[in-house]
Ligand binder design. Structure first.
Ligand code: SF4
Length: 667
């Protein structure tokens, strides 16, 4: 039985997988992300093919329906909302689990034809702060680095990243490089001792939310060491005004790190959700990038800032503009010629003319009754967004809710008026882009489950019923990809980094066989490697946590062997064995009489969750940690986001998921 070359559906490393219908999987030795490696989740993919609780047939009003009846109902629901409330009373909430072609179709439908920019992605919870920081520093959402830079660097600083658990294959590559070159230094900047610290030369357990103060100290130290660059004055003046003591770190530890950074030419600073999921996430990312601008370490071998993000389609949604504040192909809303070019390319009758509601505001609007029709795809906001109880109530009150998913068992699916069965991994066909700009194919190697169909197809069918069929007349994902690639040529060459116009004429056969391909892929020249964009300094004043930590600051995050809401990983005993139940990690000094293993309630006026206490001296005093994964399907009452306030970064709109003020009581 021949193996199909496809891509792992979990994290943004984007590992290549060789998969067979009998469930045999192996790492793809030819894929440039993993060269044959897989982590525990990826290696178990074959055991998760028979997903329990699949949504296999369309449902309307809780009853099985034909696709025609379900699509008619969706079209009627959106028509009604358009008639009664206009374009902005409609909305879509999509996901980094979608393939780029599905993402593209949803974004075109909303922004070009419904006429609303009220389409946001659960990627808002993942990398919106980095996108905003890139746009401020580089003028475009550009990730300059590639994975090989981690192997070539002499100093790798991991900020707010438990790389060993959250991007395991990348961590394996880093550890292999460190074994080959022990002189390479690794620094982990994280309030708690994580698995990643085991391979580090220095751990800086800074106070939650204080990253800007640390990188202000680095910027000042680099300037003192003689680095200088045009335009640095304002950012440097702001940095010099910030007290490094805000980090809570020992002065000699800060000095050591600053010295290492200033002296090491080949330096990569990688950051993830500890930076992004913050009320000051954009400033934190810009504070890091500032240090790389000053030392001219951007997009060079072994020297770059590097944002690593979470989902399998780490960049696809950013490329097609499926965030409420972005346009397709990195086109710029503030440039009328670019907006007009997109309108003409799409033949869009009603192009949205400015940003729409970002995730938290979108669900606030749903709760307030100003959204008449919402379509959710491949995500469970009732669990993943802050104020989980408020989101759940808003979904229940929604006048018209459509959910496309491959599972029947989610809080969001439960609330839907129309349920559309989506294809699962192994059934879908399209592309994803990983954290180093590599576009890979996800290929089907399994028969479709029940009556499940592609998400792009469902969008096109609804668009047709609303009278827009001509613009959605694709015969498959290759046609969508060509249209998406062609749009990238609309961006003026002077500021066009995301360029895949060289793939705009790709044939169906070449699309089917497309190897992993890193952008840019311009119509002229070979596929790109590193990018070295012109950059500008952004002053980053210090702002602490928006939800001050009294008495404890709750940090949330991933476990090594679970993925998001556990739909695929939770039913597998082998993966569940790593952490059979949700635990709250506390420093023993914060336990206040609570014994290791006792059940505790964590919470505040917003909401609460019940978990088992685990006392660990590696947890920073004054903070606690809980995994984000648990839904009622696997453990009732352990949804920690119920206790997280819907506070967002004012620039990126990304929620502060690491920073809720909670109290702990015995249960
Ligand atoms: Fe999948 Fe990420 Fe593991 Fe690679 S590192 S196998 S992409 S979960």
């Amino acid at each position: 039985m021949e193996a199909t070359r496809t891509t792992c559906p979990y994290c943004g490393v984007g590992c290549g997988v060789l998969a067979r219908p009998d469930g045999t999987v192996a790492g793809d030795p030819e894929h440039p992300a993993n060269f044959g490696r897989l982590c525990s989740k990826g290696a178990a993919l074959g055991e998760t093919i028979d997903l329990p609780g699949r949504l296999l047939y369309p449902e309307v009003g809780g009853k099985r329906a034909s696709w025609d009846a379900a699509l008619d109902a969706v079209a009627e629901g959106f028509s009604r909302a358009l008639r009664q409330g206009g374009p902005d009373s409609t909305a879509l909430y999509v996901s980094g689990q979608l393939l780029t072609e599905d993402y593209y179709a949803a974004n075109k439908f909303a922004k070009g034809f419904l006429g609303t920019a009220n389409i946001d992605s659960n990627s808002r919870l993942c990398m919106a702060s980095s996108v905003a920081a890139h746009r401020r520093a580089f003028g475009e959402d550009i990730v300059p680095a590639v994975y090989a830079d981690l192997e070539q660097a002499d100093l790798v600083t991991l900020v707010g990243s438990n790389l060993a658990w959250c991007h395991p294959v990348l961590h394996q590559r880093l550890m292999a490089a460190k074994a080959a070159r022990p002189q390479m230094r690794i620094v982990v900047v994280d309030p708690r001792v994580t698995a990643t610290c085991a391979g580090a030369d220095l751990h800086l357990p800074l106070a939650p939310g204080s990253d800007v103060a640390l990188f202000a100290a680095v910027l000042a130290r680099c300037a003192d060491a003689g680095f200088a660059a045009p335009g640095m004055e304002d950012a440097l003046a702001v940095a010099r005004g910030i007290d490094p003591g805000l980090t809570g770190l020992a002065p000699d530890a800060i000095a050591t790190f600053c010295d290492w950074f200033a002296r090491t030419e080949k330096s990569v600073t990688l950051w993830s959700q500890g930076v992004n999921q913050s009320g000051a996430g954009t400033d934190k990312a810009n504070a890091i990038i500032n240090c790389h601008i000053l030392t001219e370490r951007i997009g060079k071998p072994g020297a770059s800032p590097f944002s690593i993000t979470g989902q399998p389609n780490a960049m696809g949604g950013r490329e097609v503009g499926a965030l409420a504040n972005t346009l397709a192909a990195h086109l710029d809303w503030s440039v009328p010629a670019e907006v007009a070019a997109l309108r003409d390319a799409w033949g869009a009758p009603n192009l949205a003319m400015g940003p729409g509601l970002k995730a938290v505001d979108l669900f606030r609007a749903l709760g307030a009754g100003t959204i008449g029709a919402l379509w959710v795809m491949a995500t469970n906001p009732a669990v993943s967004l802050p104020d989980g109880d408020g989101v759940r109530a808003a979904l229940k009150r929604a006048p018209f809710l459509v959910v496309s998913d491959c599972t029947r068992e989610s809080d969001t699916v439960d609330a839907a008026h129309v349920r559309l069965p989506a294809l699962g991994w192994g059934e879908k066909d399209g592309t994803v882009t990983n954290s180093e700009r590599v576009i890979s194919r996800q290929r089907a190697f399994l028969p479709r489950g029940g009556e499940a169909r592609p998400d792009w197809w469902a969008v096109a069918q609804v668009a047709k019923r609303l009278g827009f069929g001509e613009a959605f007349a694709w015969d498959g994902p290759a046609a969508i990809f060509r249209e998406h690639a062609a749009l990238t040529a609309l961006v003026p060459e002077s500021r066009r980094a995301f360029d895949i116009s060289g793939l705009a004429e790709i044939s169906d056969a070449d699309y089917a066989a497309m190897p992993p391909t890193r952008w840019p892929v311009a119509s002229r020249g070979a596929p790109g490697e590193r990018l070295a964009p012109a950059a500008r300094f952004i002053p980053t004043p210090y702002r602490g946590l928006a939800q001050p930590g009294a008495p404890l600051t709750l940090l949330t995050g991933r476990l090594r062997d679970q993925w998001h809401m556990m739909t695929r990983t939770g039913p597998l005993p082998r993966l569940m064995a790593q952490a059979p139940e949700p635990e709250l990690t506390l420093h023993p000094d914060d336990a206040a009489g609570i014994a290791d293993g006792a059940l505790v309630r964590l919470g505040n006026a917003q909401g609460s969750a019940v978990l088992r206490a685990r006392l660990d001296a590696g947890q920073r005093r004054g903070s606690c940690f809980a995994p984000m994964h648990w839904t009622a399907r696997f453990c009732v009452g352990a949804r920690v986001n119920a206790a997280v306030l819907p506070v967002v970064d004012p620039i990126s709109g990304q929620p502060e998921l690491k920073g809720a003020a909670v109290a702990i009581t015995r249960y």
